[in-house]
Design a protein around this ligand. Sequence first.
Ligand code: ADP
Ligand code: MG
Length: 692
Amino acid sequence: MKLKQSVASLSGIGAQTASRLNKLGIHVIQDLLFHLPLRYEDRTRVCPIASALPGMTVLVCGRVEFIDILPRGRKGLICRISDDTGFISLKFFHFSANQHNTLKPGTLISCFAEVRHGFAGLEMVHPNYQIITNPEDFTTEQRLTPVYPLTEGLSQATVRKAVKQALHLCLSDPALLTDWIPASLLKKFAYPSLAEAILTLHAPDETVTVEALQNGSVPALKRLAYEELLAHHLSLRKTKSNAKIWLAPQFTADKTAIQQFLNALPFSLTGAQNRVIAEIEADCLMPHPMMRLVQGDVGSGKTIVSAYAALLALSTGFQAAVMAPTELLAEQHKRNFSAWFAGFETQVVYLTGQLKGNARKEALQSLADGSAGIIIGTHALFQEAVQFHRLGLIIIDEQHRFGVHQRMALRVKGQQGDLRPHQLVMTATPIPRTLAMLQYSDLDISIIDELPPGRKPIVTSVIPAERRAEVIDRINSWVAKKRQVYWVCTLIEESDQLQCEAAEKTAEQLTLALPNVRVALIHGRMKNADKDAVMQAFKNHQLDLLVATTVIEVGVDVPNAGLMVIENPERLGLSQLHQLRGRVGRGDGDSYCLLMYQAPLSDTARQRLGILRDSNDGFVIAEKDLELRGPGEVMGTRQTGAINFKVADLARDADLLATIQQTGDQLLHESPEAIQALCDRWLGTSTDYAEV
Ligand code: ADP
Ligand code: MG
């Protein structure tokens, strides 16, 4: 098929250009069709100079009034042109003698560039210009000019020419390009066919404006964005079904062990925990790898659920690995798992980069010979040369910190012979259903939608920083009641160091302001042993007030700490704030969260903090955050590495997500061959990860 031929078969494309196109992911002719413009230039009409405003990118025509070389120091060529309506200056910092000679006064030229404020009125810097020798011959472009993503050594002209040929091929025989979107759907949304949509985006006709292309309201763009989102969704589903082909150790549920385990717990499980445990058990009793995501609000008790899964592995003679995003959290898991498995004949090993010498050798040895059944660590766990005796289960806590790719890579790393371990991931970040379609479609989802009994809702208030003195009084009386406090410092800078410095300062101030309160500091730059010591002292109530950076965000569990002050909450995402706040409200006493903002607040910020004050439900908060801040924030893509979409823009196209899964179902059912085709078309070689 012609569209599947190498781009080198097009005229004007030699081996070198082809290899440059390859760098952009363009290998065959069809790839050119899906190499969509980044933006467009409007050279379809001449703008009267008087109507050109700063910031506009326009085509103007005028006669040269004068041309001059700027004096030394500000070396450059300046040229002023005018039409019937006004004048504008053109500036060139690099120029040739020839340029100087041909732009003689009186010469008619057309220029295309962005208009800016200049020294003497408006100007264009390095405009794209042409000399018009015969005004009769001068024509404007018929269509908007596409501007393509390039790579070194490749020019717009080359790409435009190549795309033109590809479009020509495609139009000569539209059947070459299969339209996988069901006709009923095209009709329902009034979407154009695939070939039409592609033509519109590469060569928009006069009905399409640059603005419409930018704000995404052009149906052609919507349609392609839809198809692209669908392709990403389908590729995850493909990953899921591919993984089910692998074998996994079939766990057995050892009734005696389970009874022993449950009897030793200081509480009984909630209905939601029991339901999720049953879902996990059903998966692990099957001979194929479980890939399950457990979503549950902060404090809903996910850890014990994962420990139950580890118990299944252990009692079948397999090992379980628990991976946490921070050392702090890993240490906490180590304590919990050690307590829960104290009555069982196995070791719980904690492996960090800190562990050295003999201790390390012993830990590794116990994993290799199987005497350690549970290993806990950070993601470094899988980067190290750890040999497992028989790894049967991987537990990943606070999954949103790990990207899709890391998740995939893990599955392969844990492979033993032809067996792959079961995988259980846990997150406290509730992902709205629509976004889960794009992020978690490779996983089955269980939801713990119930908190352990006796939890009282956290009372949240929003107060300005001017009332700091009142807050400090409140801490005093709170500590007098033998309760503990967190004080969280945030900083917008991503810099660790600045965060830590700010926290250090705050800790000093609070120590002075609160002489009867035992204050300590914890931040990400402290040595692990020191962090651990502080955390342990806080847990033992040898400290009253813990000043912290957002390192305490995940997992930390001290039930007696029931008051949290968060400084500058307006700087954080709602879901992150909700997680932070989840450190309190873990015991049976009252608990409070004070969001101490820096005035003035923007309307959105005020609204966002209000949501947090009014709701304790992570799912509600995530949905609202999605509405207010867009999906990027909710998905935490900054940490996980955003999906690189070609057309789709999650902030702009979020409305498209609602029907993606349904269309996915329909395609799987009606035309399963569409899935690979769509993945090839949109994800190209990046579908590799789907194969692991
Ligand atoms: P998260 O879901 O945020 O990870 P954890 O697993 O840390 O929550 O549990 C929070 C706290 O609740 C822990 O102290 C845990 O021991 C306790 N917990 C878990 N399940 C129950 C339960 N069913 N009843 C009472 N307390 C529970
Ligand atoms: Mg947790």
